[in-house]
Every structure is written in structure tokens, then in C-alpha cells.
Design a protein around this ligand. Structure first.
Ligand code: FE2
Length: 134
């Protein structure tokens, strides 16, 4: 499976958030590298749990910055985050009862990571990027 690789085209103009997106890619890549393991294996469950925790941490931080900067599309952005969190939480549950379709989940995660950053996150760049602050 293709590994996610962050480059400057994914930059949202806030170094801290760029690092968060890189960490999310690392976790998804770790999951891809473990896909030969049984879906209920401790390794898969641990990576999914770490992805869930880190996504929640990252989204809370990103949402806070959008809020304090008065980003106008915050509500739509929040709902995209919520859909992702539900998907990963559900995948964690499915993994623990051996019902996880890991290839399908990986396809979703890889598409989501690229699409969310390039289509959704990138829109806040003019509001959050340090060089654009008054
Ligand atoms: Fe986001």
C-alpha cells in the first residue's frame, strides 16, 4: 500500500498543525504496515486507539485556533472532524470483535487525510497562518 508522505503542498501555514498532520500520516502508515496482522491483534487495536486519541487532540487544538481567529466555516469543519472521529471509534470497536475490514478502513483513512487537508483545512490558512496575523 502506498504510504502517505507529507510535503509542502500540504502545509496549512501553521507549523504546529503541519506537525500534527505529519503525525496523523505516521499513524496511518503504521496501520498500513501492519495490515498483514489479524484485525483483532493487539498491534492493530493499539494503533487505532493511538490514532483516535491523537485525532481528538489535534482536532481540539485546530478547532480552538479556528475559534479564536473567528474562522467563518467552523461549524462545517467541526462536522467533518466528528464524522472522522466516529469512523475511527467504530473501527476500534470492530477491531476488538474481529469485524474490521482493514483494507477498506485504510483506503478511507488515506483518502480522508489527503482530502481533508487539501480541501478543508487549507481554507483556514488565510485566517490562521502566523504571517497573516495582524
Ligand atoms: Fe481539520
Amino acid at each position: 500500500m502506498t504510504q502517505l508522505i507529507w510535503d509542502d503542498s500540504f502545509s496549512v501555514g501553521v507549523p504546529e498543525l503541519d506537525r500534527h498532520h505529519q503525525r496523523l500520516a505516521e499513524l496511518i502508515n503504521e496501520l498500513a504496515a501492519s495490515q498483514d496482522k489479524p484485525a483483532h491483534s493487539e498491534e492493530i487495536v493499539d494503533i487505532l486507539s493511538a490514532l483516535s486519541d491523537y485525532a481528538n487532540y489535534h482536532f481540539a487544538h485546530e478547532e480552538h485556533l479556528m475559534g479564536v481567529r473567528g474562522y467563518p466555516d467552523l461549524a462545517d469543519h467541526l462536522s467533518e472532524h466528528n464524522v472522522f472521529c466516529e469512523m475511527v471509534a467504530n473501527a476500534c470497536y470492530q477491531a476488538t470483535c474481529s469485524a474490521l475490514d482493514l483494507p477498506a478502513l485504510l483506503a478511507y483513512l488515506c483518502t480522508w487525510w489527503e482530502d481533508h487537508i487539501l480541501r478543508v483545512d487549507i481554507k483556514y490558512k488565510p485566517f490562521l497562518a502566523p504571517q497573516n496575523r495582524p
